[in-house]
Design a protein around this ligand. Structure first.
Ligand SMILES: [Zn+2]
Ligand SMILES: [Zn+2]
Length: 279
């Protein structure tokens, strides 16, 4: 009896072992099936190509060419200061490792190249950018800046970016590496979470969205001159972010559009927002 019961137990645990093995093999197989590293690599290359091509094409338009010149000259002058150059290279090094994590470990699970109806492209681009902007708005307003109840726990970190009171385009990367990690982290987390609900995003959607996300971020910091049609909005976006940099208590916390600042009453046209700050 003892031997028999031992046999029964033995075969039972062997059964459990093989079931566990099968489950872990299935899990790994599913993970592998959903890990599209080639798509992620193509996305990365396409993003670099799009921004190189975009810069060249925009240079054909005088207003952009003038801005590229002005911002390039300002940046070169700033880079002559050792502290400034040190921050930029510190940040560049960290950004490489962030890109490795994003394109090696997160985006491969969010991409597809399956055909989809045309309307999914504009819808997905819009949803990703607007959801991200909302999350960024809250983070920027309540953790990067003084915010009463939350007390601005990351003010010390964000203060580095605000050292530039009148930024140029390339000051969008004059920033603490932790802030880059948070900004990119929120962006990629938005894509990841949305892809769980909306299905994997088309490679082209992610390339266009990423291009828009970085170009808008860079443009907000642009020293920009053209204030006539059709550049009025571009001028407005740059001026509003410069108001944000001019003082640490300024509004305009969102980055993609100023919709959430308008909705929550934090638009700042240069004279602050809400009640004047107590001194
Ligand atoms: Zn800020
Ligand atoms: Zn800024």
């Amino acid at each position: 009896m003892v031997v028999r019961s031992g046999n029964v137990n033995g075969s039972g645990s062997r059964l459990e072992d093989s079931r566990a093995n099968r489950m872990s093999t299935t899990f790994l197989a599913t993970l592998q099936e959903q890990y599209h590293w080639k798509l992620s690599l193509i996305t990365l290359v396409a993003i670099f190509a799009a921004s190189a091509l975009g810069t060249r094409l925009l240079a054909l338009i005088p207003a952009f060419k003038e801005a590229q010149q002005l911002n390039g000259d300002t940046f070169r002058a700033k880079m002559e200061k050792p502290n400034y150059a040190a921050n930029q290279s510190w940040n560049r090094k960290w950004s490489l490792s962030f890109l490795l994590v994003i394109f090696g470990a997160i985006l491969p699970f969010c991409l597809t190249i399956e055909a989809q109806p045309w309307w999914r492209f504009p819808r997905d681009i819009f949803v990703i950018l607007m959801v991200y902007d909302f999350v960024y708005y809250l983070t920027h307003r309540f953790t990067f800046h003084d915010s009463g109840f939350f007390g601005g726990p990351l003010k010390w970190m964000h203060a580095i970016h605000h050292r530039q009171h009148n930024p140029c385009r390339w000051d969008s990367s004059y920033i603490h590496p932790l802030e880059v990690a948070i900004g990119l982290g929120l962006y990629v987390a938005t894509i990841f979470v949305l892809s769980r609900f909306m299905g994997n995003f088309h490679l082209a959607t992610i390339v266009i969205t990423w291009f828009a996300f970085t170009e808008i971020n860079l443009h907000n910091h642009d020293l920009w001159k053209a204030d006539h049609f059709p550049f009025k909005y571009l001028n407005y976006a740059s001026v509003m972010h410069h108001h944000h940099h001019a003082k640490f208590t300024g509004g305009n916390y969102a980055t993609i559009t100023l919709l959430y600042d308008w909705m929550f009453g934090t638009l700042d046209h240069g004279d602050g927002w809400g009640k004047p700050a107590k001194t």
